[in-house]
Design a binder for this molecule. Sequence first.
Ligand code: ZN
Length: 199
Amino acid sequence: MKIGTHSFEEYLDRVQAFHGSVAPGMLAGGIMVTIARERLPEGEIFDVISESGHCLPDAVQLLTPCTIGNGWLRIVNTGRYALILYNKYTGFGVRVYLDAQKLAGFPAVRGWFLRELPKPEQDLDAIVQEFRSAGPDIFGVQKVRVKPEHIQGLKKVHAAIAICPVCKEAYTSDLGDTCPACRGTAPFLVVQDGGAAGS
Ligand SMILES: [Zn+2]
């Protein structure tokens, strides 16, 4: 089968270059994107929701114009291995998921997906071969409508920018009277402050 416009082999090369390794989740994601796109109307302008933050977002970013950065791809973590491609205005679209009920004949994929085998014991070559031979057969498809509150195209509201009275950096004022970082949610501690980046 083709993955997007690529042969399976070409896709493996692209995954290596983009993702850093041929991760099983990138194979699943590539097939999932391909399945979903085949079911969307030709020329549809779509957004994507990934239900997992692992691998799937990178498969979407490799194969479609949708990225986290441009906002056309978002992660809504349900802990499930699924992607939704949907019309960015109406919300109607296709959900594709890796179906745990269909893995009986695919022990290597099963061992990886259900974490039945610790990573060192997983056979990547066998996983690749099983994904190649299974193709779309181990995935489920649903027609869905994304809820309005999750449709990006409907909410183009941009909050005003304020200067945080504590750190003096600009932030979006809808997040409170000071920036969230100055209320304790910064993911880091400053080791040394001062100096312009260009100096
Ligand atoms: Zn601040």
